[in-house]
Design a binder for this molecule. Structure first.
Ligand code: DP6
Length: 360
């Protein structure tokens, strides 16, 4: 499972002069967080995520065979129908990392046209869905070149490639839940790719995630910088051990359908993530006063109503509100009447757990 060599194509495949394909990939929200990594996108601890449904990137990729083979990949990127040279460095780094596993790409020019279902400047990380959509398009080309590639191997390699672009992207292939990172409790889990996990009780397969856009701007400190600050962090080893324990505990909670246990664990995970930021050197704070006000309002609401509204945070000020579908009518009303006011321009996104990649 943890052998990278399995992803290197061994034979010459079909001759494909040109090929166009369109893939839509969702974002995902981590319940147990990936925070801290080793060389080449190997996580320091395993993570668990809900795959989202509405927050997606759709990428059309046209592969045109070049007359002369190059030693680098030729590409052009458009975002929302306009040239997007600012995305090129990230995509080039991604392509350079995956070339040992996709050597056929050197034979092609790639024209990438990408669009997000959520606003680019929404503070929602688009790298997971963007890298997942691009990896899916590349794997579709690989399937044309090597038609014997089976569906399971295709999705696994897709996750493997996406991980090399952005760690969390490895969790955007399938749903409703994905595990990434090796853990003895889950045979088949791997540091190299995400695996779908289907054992959750039904209540978690239709869970809601409403994203409160507290700050739609660029994050003050990127995730890449944040991951790096886990090197030499005084609490790093404890944090990795905590995440490992939480991973195992969360799977039990999900299997049992334990809504209170779920809320308690995912909230502590989110706050631990931000505690790492508060205590790194240099330290930084991504939560806004509104983030804290929302958290306090959520806790008051649960106390009064006995409902199961919980929150998690990504590496920013925005709040993901998680709750079961059967409580959504009441909770949606509360969100609109009491929490929407904390959002920048009153903007929020109603999303829910989804199933992953779609070929368009
Ligand atoms: C807080 O996947 O964005 O969202 O691998 O450097 O691209 P890179 O980092 P990224 O980190 C995600 C951090 C997180 C937690 C998570 O999604 O597990």
């Amino acid at each position: 499972m943890n052998n990278k060599a399995q992803f290197v194509p061994l034979t010459d495949g079909n001759e494909i002069p040109s090929f166009q394909t369109i893939w839509s990939a969702p974002s995902n929200i981590a319940l147990v967080k990936y925070w801290g990594k080793k060389e080449l996108q190997i996580p320091c601890n395993p993570s668990v995520s809900f795959t989202l449904d509405h927050c997606r990137t759709t990428s059309s990729v046209r592969f045109e065979k070049l007359i002369d083979k190059q030693d680098h990949v030729s590409l052009a990127i458009q975002y929302d129908g306009k040239p997007a040279p600012f995305f090129e460095p990230k995509v080039k780094t991604f392509i350079d990392r995956i070339l040992p596993y996709t050597p056929y790409l050197k034979d092609y020019h790639l024209q990438i046209d990408t669009v997000n279902s959520f606003p680019h400047s929404s503070g929602i990380a688009s790298s997971a869905s963007a890298m997942a959509a691009l990896a899916a398009a590349i794997m579709d080309l690989e399937k044309q070149i090597y038609p014997s590639l089976n569906a399971e191997d295709q999705i696994r390699k897709c996750s493997f490639l996406a991980r090399l672009g952005s760690g969390s992207a490895s969790r955007s292939m399938e749903g409703p839940l994905v595990l990434w990172g090796e853990h003895t409790a889950t045979p088949g889990s791997s540091d190299l790719f995400g695996v779908r996990w289907t054992k959750a009780a039904d209540v978690f397969k239709t869970y809601r995630d409403t994203i409160l856009l507290v700050d739609k701007g660029q994050k003050e400190v990127s995730s890449t910088v944040g991951h790096n600050l886990m090197h030499n962090h005084p609490f790093a080893e404890n944090r990795f051990a905590q995440a490992k324990a939480n991973y195992q505990a969360l799977l039990t909670i999900l299997e049992k359908g334990d809504l209170n246990g779920f809320a308690d664990l995912v909230e502590r995970e989110a706050l631990s993530l931000h505690a790492m930021m508060l205590t790194s050197s240099p330290s930084y704070i991504l939560m806004h006063p509104s983030t804290i006000q929302i958290i306090k309002a959520v806790r008051r609401y649960n106390k009064i109503t006995g409902l199961h509204l919980s929150f998690t945070l990504d590496a920013g000020a925005n709040v993901h509100l998680l709750y079961p579908e059967h409580e959504a009518e009441k909770i949606d009303q509360f969100i609109v009447s009491d929490l929407r006011k904390y959002c920048q321009d009153n903007e929020l996104i109603f999303d829910q757990v989804g199933t992953g990649l779609k070929k368009v």
